[in-house]
Every structure is written in C-alpha cells, then in structure tokens.
Write a protein that binds this ligand. Sequence first.
Ligand SMILES: [Zn+2]
Length: 407
Amino acid sequence: MIRAIAADALLNPATGETTPDAIVVIEDGRVTKACRRSETQVPRDAETVDASGLTLLPGLIDCHVHLTSLGEGLDFARELTTPPTLELMRAVRAAKRTLEAGFTTVRDAAGSPAGIRMAIDAGYFPGPRMLVTVSALSQTGGHTDSHFMCGADLDIPLPDRPHMTVDGVENMRLRVREVIRAGADWIKLCTSGGVLSPGDQPHHAALTLEEITAAVEEARTQGRKVMAHAQANAGIKNALKGGVATIEHGIWLDGDAIEMMLDGGNALIPTLVAPHWVIRHAEAGKMPRYAIDKARAVIDDHKASIRQAIESGVKIAFGTDTGVGPHGSNGEEFVLMHELGMEPIECIRSATTVAADTIGMQGVGALQPGSWGDVIGVPGDPVADLALLAKPENIKLVVKGGEVVKS
Ligand SMILES: [Zn+2]
C-alpha cells in the first residue's frame, strides 16, 4: 500500500526548516519521500491524502505516560472496586485519545503490562507505538508501595505485572529480572518519594546507591536502560551515580546534579503539567488532602529547577505523566516548557528527535526515507504558534505507519 500526503508545508524538526508545497510518500508503513511536491514523482498507484491547509510534522513522542491510569483524580474507593481487567481496559480508551492528540509513540512509565503494547501492535485497538516499564520498583513504604496504613495492599502481583516493592541488592536483581521476564522494555525505579503516594515525601531519597547500581547492572546485561522517578536532590544524584539513563520530574536539581547530567548525557523529562493536574483535580474535589498539599509545595521549586536545567543546556525530553491528567491533554506540556525558556523548535525537538534518541527507538520522531510513516498535521505553523500542538482538536490529521487514524 502506497499513500501520499499532500500538504501546505512540512516541518523538519531536526533542521527547523519548513518546506512549502510538501508531499510525504509512505510505502508499506515506511516513508520513502518527504519533500517539495515538484521534486518528486508520486507513484501512480498511490492513494492520496489531501492535507491542504495543514503543516505536517512527525508524530509526537511522550516519554512518560501511564495508559492504565484514568487521569481523573485519585479515588481509593474506586481503585478498591476496580478489577485488574477493568484497569487494563482503561488503556484502550487512553491509547486512542493519546494517538488522536498526535502522540504516535509513548513510553509507559508503569502500569501497562506488555500485553497492551502487543495488542496495539497486533491491531486489536488503535494506539501509539509503546515501550513499557510494566512495574515501577520502589522500596518498602516508597512511591509505588501500595500497602496502606490500614493493612490493605493494592499491589497484588500478577504474572504480567510483577511486584513493585523491593529491598536490598539481591531482591533488586530478582525484581528487575521479573519485570524483564514480563516484557519490560525499560526499567523504572523510584529513587525518591512522590506527590500521589500517601506514605512518603518528594524531598526524601529512596533506594540505596547499591540497589540502584544493581538494577542498572541487571538492566544493562539484558539490553535495557533505567528511568528514575527522581524528585529529591539526593534521589536525583543517587540515580545518576547509579547509572540511570533518564531523570523523571527532577524537582530539586542543583548545579552539581546538572553538571552530572551534562557529563553523562542524561535526559531530563520534566512532566511540568503533572502538578497542575493534581491541583485541578483537587479543586474539583477529586484528590486526597495529602496530595494537594504536596503538589502545592513542589510546583514553584519544580519550575525553578527545570528552568535552571534548560538554561544550562541539559537534554530535555518531552514527558507529561499523563494518567495524572486526562489522556489526550499531553500537548499542554509544550506551552509550559516554552514558558520556562525553551524556544518553540526546541520544544518540538524534545517530542520528536530528542525523544526518539532518549527512548532509543529507531524510525520515530523524523520524516525521512526509512522512518515509520507517523505523520501529524496542524492548521498553521507550530513554530510560530506552539499552541497548535497543545490541544487535541488542533491535530487535524494523524497517520500511523501509513494508516490514517484521524482526519
Ligand atoms: Zn509517572
């Protein structure tokens, strides 16, 4: 199947150049041509997609989502009455909304078992290309320990979503091997407390350096990298010393942490929009008290920390923690990144070229011969008006692997 998309313009995030009167030709899911219309002969048997009025760019990448989370606030009574199958089915709707918002690739930062990625790849339901971490590993009492003070434990290990709580080096090796056995593409560690968990604090480090190092070693042995939920300064530094690849949230960076990231070439995934959604849900009465207090306490420090990282030239990869906020709202992050000093083209790169490099996925985040045919179209120039990428209703065209999924 050959498909040719004809549009007003084509933005190449790598160069920042916009080509007018553009055409993208996709053959068997892969791009064969992406250029000015006058520069190529469109194959006669190509099916043409009329995208006049639109600027095309590569499908966007979100490096931090949770497709099985509802994104409608936190309600423990609801969670207690949600069977695992229902939790799984949430991902079907979330995957569609994510795709229709222009995000054709995501890295799931825990919650989604590998079966969701496999079902999307098999065409059972529409969704983005996925990399999964399956379970996020944290210490007893840490960010993903769902054992509550009343004694109830929501972390029931399943064959495809193994235990999340880990203590000690040997136990860490076992847990990493378990999530890899369950199909994890990346390993997720929590090297600090967080906002939505009741029993810990974002400014406290979690896991020992020895535990983190062991996890990175186990992951590396089997060709995986590690992402760290890291908010506390000490948690960020431990994660970097232990050899993790990406720092998620990064609320309390400092000069030393930034230097470590620059030296190591690590990417920072800011998820600026996440605390905003905690506060919005709270205002709608859909958040426990402790989470509201924690979100309000971190939001200004978070902004200052990310601003410092941007100014220092740390590699910033696009990620939203969507699943805290509603699926499909991912693009809002662009506006917040821009507010903290990133140029629009840098924001677009963070969700295309930089994100692809960060998650280590070939053929996404670019439109050049050989890339996957993942294309989106917006009514105008996103470099001049970044808000075009912020709302799903502005994403007028979504093509994944050459198949039109929204037009
Ligand atoms: Zn997250």
